[in-house]
Design a protein around this ligand. Structure first.
Ligand SMILES: [Zn+2]
Length: 444
């Protein structure tokens, strides 16, 4: 990896350091326990202070909390059984919009109020989009821009789901074991939906890729990667990840024990050991089908992190040799953990910088690969090739082995997914009801 690459990555971190530029919000990196919530973390979003208006709203998105909204947006049947599209804008009753503080920021709001819920949804959406626009080096256009200039962000508490569709991002919540879990306070869920918006914009809608099964897994995988990379911008997430593992991400992942070490859902999903042969006879959920690709991407991230640790002399080369040999052997894991504990304690800040560098490298690779990949037939192996081409262009191919090996280990390119065995249900994020555009309805 060349030094030049890292310097071209302009993420929200710079804006956080130079906080005067952006607008402050308070976000929960993990869904809070409503009975005993921790303090949210303060972040800056890119909208210059003073430009975020009541709502919150800026030039890309606006927030509403409808009162008595009968159902969520998307495709529904009317009383006569005729399909109709329910789409923004919501122009009926709403909760009073959130006002900025006198200083133009939105970090003054009590956490257990409807105002905070609105500010949180806007903040997560804006924060995630900022991070990825940083990696793309440009604005990411909305896929629905022919009909709407801005995304409508809304809260509909009684719906146990979150949706991203034609002009809208909606989130509700779920009752589980007598407790209400609000998706509008769940960073991973909202950031995942923003990930769908990015893929729709760069790759296209499901209706354009109906005969490409890996498109559906790809959607979910990228949505998870978008959320994971965004969540790794919280100090509390990277610090607890490193403190829990001393930076030994590789070992835990290889032994499938890593997931237990993390309290972050997105990391638990990514640190999986699924391979493509599991889907060769058919598949029923694009969430499951996404796992080999997400796992490969996570392993690439971990390998990039390792390379950074070596490059910065934060671990000795012998450690990497041992870790390459240790696959599946718990004894080696113990040996290696002692080493990681020792070297992490010497320079935790250095480990953190290496982790952030690996995160930004992967984010840049993905952002550069997506537009070129979008013009091809969508398959995981084609995406691997696009990543290799990006690496060739940016670094002269320094990471070819890392990318190629991790895709091979997931049997990507060796096994194609078989037929879809079950029709998509309401848990499917690519369900036509959600993603349909007015033009699709005219065609049907
Ligand atoms: Zn999804």
């Amino acid at each position: 990896m060349t030094r030049e690459l890292s310097e071209t990555v302009v993420g929200p971190k710079a804006r956080q350091v130079d906080g005067q530029m952006g607008t402050r919000f308070r976000l929960y990196p993990q869904t809070p326990d409503l009975d005993d919530p921790e303090e949210p973390e303060t972040v800056y979003v890119s909208s210059p202070v003073g430009t975020v208006e009541e709502g919150p709203a800026d030039h890309r998105m606006y927030t509403v909390f409808p009162i008595d909204k009968p159902t969520h947006y998307g495709l529904h049947d009317d009383d006569a059984g005729q399909p109709f599209l329910f789409l923004p804008p919501w122009d009926d009753d709403i909760h009073f919009p959130v006002q900025p503080g006198q200083d133009g920021h939105f970090d003054h709001i009590e956490t257990d109020t409807p105002e905070f819920f609105m500010a949180h949804m806007f903040g997560v959406t804006r924060f995630t989009l900022d991070i990825w626009e940083g990696y793309f080096g440009r604005q990411i256009e909305w896929h629905f821009r022919e009909d709407y200039d801005r995304l409508e962000i809304s809260i509909i508490p009684k719906v146990d789901n979150a949706f991203l569709g034609w002009g809208f991002l909606e989130a509700g919540g779920m009752e589980s074991e007598g407790k209400y879990s609000p998706f509008f306070l769940n960073f991973d869920v909202i950031a995942h939906e923003v990930g769908h918006a990015i893929v729709y914009s760069e790759i296209g809608l499901p209706s354009e890729h109906a005969d490409e099964p890996e498109y559906f897994g790809f959607q979910e995988s990228m949505a998870d990667i978008v959320a994971l990379m965004a969540s790794l911008h919280f100090d509390s997430v990277t610090t607890s990840l490193l403190n829990n593992t001393s930076g030994n991400l590789y070992t835990y992942n290889k032994l499938s024990r890593f997931a237990e070490m993390s309290d972050n859902n997105q990391i638990r999903l990514a640190a999986n050991d699924h391979v493509m042969s599991e889907f060769a006879d058919g598949w029923d959920s694009e969430h499951k089908l996404s796992q080999p690709l997400t796992g490969a991407m996570f392993d690439i991230f971990v390998d990039l992190f390792h390379e950074e640790l070596l490059l910065r002399d934060l671990i000795p080369p012998e450690m990497e040799e041992i870790s390459d040999r240790l696959e599946g052997d718990p004894d080696y894991s113990n040996i290696l953990q002692d080493d990681f504990d020792k070297f992490y304690a010497l320079n935790p800040q250095g480990f953190k910088q290496a982790l952030e560098m690996a995160r930004d490298q992967l984010g840049t690779f993905v952002a550069d690969a997506l537009p070129m990949f979008g013009t091809r037939r969508i398959s995981y192996s084609e995406f691997g090739k696009a990543l290799e081409e990006v690496d060739q262009a940016l670094t002269g191919g320094e990471n070819y082995k890392i990318i190629h090996r991790n895709f091979l280990l997931r049997e990507i390119g060796k096994y194609e997914p078989g037929p879809r065995l079950k029709k998509p249900d309401k848990h499917s994020h690519s369900l036509t009801d959600r993603t349909i555009s007015p033009r699709d309805l005219e065609i049907e």
